[in-house]
Write a protein that binds this ligand. Structure first.
Ligand SMILES: Nc1ncnc2c1ncn2[C@@H]1O[C@H](COP(=O)(O)OP(=O)(O)OP(=O)(O)O)[C@@H](O)[C@H]1O
Ligand SMILES: [Mg+2]
Length: 258
């Protein structure tokens, strides 16, 4: 069963064609890095896989489920860490309540936490190194700590696919290292991981496939196949630099949110 199978998809938002004729398939659980300049449709693509944004044309399947016809199955299969600037960080909840929300939102109403939920919350907070801070208000954490809690929330229900939209944005090297270790561990458990990033370099070791997006698919393949100078120039302009390396070339795009 393919992780996702997107066929001939257009997305039109407020009259603008944001994605055009996107056809791409991730065959097996693996680690996919999505790159593209600001406004190229990366977040839209992730939201398409979640069934949050419907395609204006074409079809989207996740683990064999049509995202529009089987939204509940898709929600259960997928964990999502949204792009930071799109999350309301003022939410008046403690760290453990934020993670609990991830579990409760997938239960039928009325929604109550079970004893096993409590154990799972403890487990995932320990794995991301945030258990000591479980009673702290989420709003009082640093950006990197918040990101780790949001990752714990996204994996609490044991998803088969984890989608992360710019998880390293504004995260220091220490927190980045912790997140990378965690991703490595869940990759080895067979979870498919899809990461949107402007900087592939920290992910070089983990990435199996790279997708370059600029409204449509510019390249999809192994890092060596996808990250060639010509293709990167096509989307980032001639200032892009590519340094050959294995398993993954180094790329300097100068395209960040910092
Ligand atoms: N709800 C919306 N209504 C109208 N246009 C939208 C909407 N959401 C996104 N867009 C537009 O769609 C395009 C793609 O947006 P998207 O957020 O997918 O880009 P992105 O590649 O994630 O960019 P970034 O790197 O800045 O996060 C942009 O031009 C954006 O302005
Ligand atoms: Mg985005």
């Amino acid at each position: 069963m393919a992780v996702f199978d997107v066929k001939n998809v257009d997305v039109i938002l407020n009259g603008n064609k944001v994605l055009e004729d996107v056809t791409v398939k991730l065959e097996k659980p693996s680690f996919l890095t999505i790159m593209g300049p600001n406004g190229s449709g990366k977040t839209t693509f992730i939201r398409l896989l979640l069934g949050i944004i419907p395609p204006s044309r074409g079809s989207v399947e996740v683990l064999g489920y049509d995202v529009l016809r089987n939204p509940l199955e898709v929600r259960r299969a997928v964990g999502y860490v949204p792009q930071k600037e799109k999350v309301n960080f003022e939410i008046p909840l403690s760290v453990e309540e934020v993670v609990e929300m991830g579990l409760l939102s997938r239960k039928p109403v009325p929604r109550f936490p079970s004893r096993s939920d409590g154990a799972r919350i403890k487990e995932v907070l320990k794995v991301v190194g945030m258990y000591e801070k479980r009673k702290t208000p989420f709003a009082n954490l640093s950006g990197g700590q918040q990101q780790r809690v949001l990752i714990a929330r996204a994996v609490a229900h044991e998803p088969k696919i984890l989608l992360l939209d710019e998880p390293f944005n504004g995260v220091d090297v220490h927190n980045q290292g912790q997140i990378l270790e965690f991703l490595k561990a869940i990759k080895s458990e067979g979870v498919a991981i899809i990461v949107v990033t402007h900087d592939i370099n920290p992910l070089a070791e983990l990435t199996d496939y790279v997708m370059l997006l600029n409204k449509t698919i510019i390249a999809f393949g192994t890092p060596e196949e996808a990250l060639n100078y010509g293709r990167l120039c096509q989307i980032y302009g001639p200032s892009v630099q590519v340094i050959t390396g294995k398993p993954c070339p180094k790329v300097i795009t100068g395209d960040t949110h910092a």
